[in-house]
Design a protein around this ligand. Structure first.
Ligand SMILES: Nc1ncnc2c1ncn2[C@@H]1O[C@H](COP(=O)(O)OP(=O)(O)O)[C@@H](O)[C@H]1O
Ligand SMILES: [Mg+2]
Length: 392
């Protein structure tokens, strides 16, 4: 049976992941170890469950979970996962906001319509899916708290808004439940500070009464998808703002990194190439793109080109990282690759990725490429599996 490495602290991999390889199995006469084993068994079972997902309804109260929680803090969406009998339940909220001028009248209307908002400096900050409705009415875009996977440095209110969006999902508690939240790996192509982002979120979750533990987003993909492979392989999460890559051996993150390109990059580059707004490109991409068929017209052709470009950038970076790292384990068996995140959703993506794989020369053998069961919920599910194994 597969074993799950248990450790304390965090799994974001920034602080030198344990690499001793001494996977001790707890002795049964120790009560704590026995509890550990039970938790790990529960976590293993959870990783085989399917996800039931829903959108956070406007006006719906935040939950007070009883049990460990997985939290995917993504550039586009925040997804919360909980273990629920035969399934895993996830709720997703848009990680976006919109501001409108303050007035007493508007306040009354917002309250009556159950809109999630807070007031500051003569403005109302409308949060989550409610913000999207407002932006559509004003024929403009919502604003985002995060950019390329971490807190945006362009939005002064980013932290407060992100905290409020998180608290629209998670209510204050005194139960000290474990919340495992996703963290990006250090970007190889940027200078962004992941540590700042991680600390801000950790402090906030602790202030709400939870026990926060971070998990690298690539590792979360592995925890969710590679249970039958002893949690050994490469997990790649391809979202809007970035892609996260992790190589794990028996659930231990050996190395991880991120690239600050993803679905948003495709939208922007295609938009610039054909002279259309990125939001329109995004709609076409999410609606009808089929990477398996010959592209028709300028937009489809450009989408195809930039999908190939993104995958090729990701894989050549992976090749470079694997060839230059001094952490490379001696793995004899070929490794599976699991792919998750919204960017892997179009038909034909797996094929496109496999084609890209044949063009690079990775120093490890790959056994297969697998698309996650539910790519938009994989990170939250994997984080929850980790949270279950961490419960005291
Ligand atoms: N059906 C789809 N086809 C192609 N791309 C999609 C689809 N659905 C969502 N996306 C893209 O996936 C990205 C968001 O994925 P997600 O995993 O939620 O990201 P994040 O982790 O950044 O929040 C966006 O770029 C979005 O356009
Ligand atoms: Mg994500």
């Amino acid at each position: 049976m597969a074993k799950l490495q248990k450790s304390s602290g965090n799994y974001s991999g920034h602080h030198n992941a344990p690499m001793s390889g001494s996977h001790h199995l707890p002795s049964i006469d120790n009560v704590d170890d026995l509890a550990d084993l039970e938790n790990i068994e529960t976590a293993m079972q959870a990783s085989h469950k399917s996800v039931v997902s829903r959108e956070k309804e406007i006006g719906e109260m935040a939950e007070k979970p009883s049990g460990p929680v997985g939290l995917d803090i993504g550039t586009s969406h925040i997804v919360m996962a909980q273990n629920a009998g035969r399934h895993i339940n996830t709720v997703h909220q848009l990680n976006a906001f919109f501001t409108i001028p303050y007035s007493k009248f508007t306040k009354k209307i917002l309250v009556e319509n159950d809109i999630t908002f807070y007031a500051k400096d003569d403005q109302f900050y409308i949060l989550g899916y409610s913000a999207e409705n407002f932006a559509n009415m004003f024929n403009t875009n919502t604003r985002r708290t995060m950019e390329k996977g971490i807190l945006s440095s362009h939005e002064d209110e980013g932290i407060t808004v992100l905290q409020s969006i998180i608290s629209s999902l998670l209510a204050k508690t005194d139960k000290q439940e474990v919340v495992c939240f996703s963290m990006p790996g250090v970007p190889v192509d940027g200078s962004a500070s992941v540590v700042y982002h991680e600390s801000i979120i950790k402090m906030y979750l602790a202030s709400l009464g939870y026990r926060p533990i971070s998990i690298n987003e690539g590792l979360a993909t592995i925890m969710s998808e590679l249970a039958d492979d002893n949690f050994t392989g490469i997990g790649i999460s391809m979202g809007g703002g970035m892609c996260n890559i992790c190589l794990s051996y028996l659930s231990v993150p050996v190395l991880n990194f991120s690239i600050q390109k993803g679905g948003d990059y495709i939208d922007a580059m295609v938009g610039a190439s054909v002279g259309e707004p990125a939001t329109r490109i995004k709609m076409i991409k999410e609606g009808t793109l089929n990477l398996a068929s010959t592209p028709q017209g300028r937009v489809e052709t450009a989408l195809d080109i930039y999908y190939v470009d993104l995958v090729s950038h990701l894989l050549s970076t992976l090749e470079h990282v694997l060839k230059t790292t001094d952490k490379m384990p001696n793995i004899n068996n070929p490794l599976p690759i699991a792919l998750s995140g919204g960017t892997v959703l179009p038909k034909g993506f797996k094929n496109l990725f496999e084609k890209g794989l044949r063009k690079v020369n990775l120093p490890v053998e790959i056994s297969e490429v697998r698309i996650a069961d539910d790519p938009l919920n994989t990170t939250a599910k994997g984080a929850m599996v980790m949270a279950l194994s961490e419960e005291i």
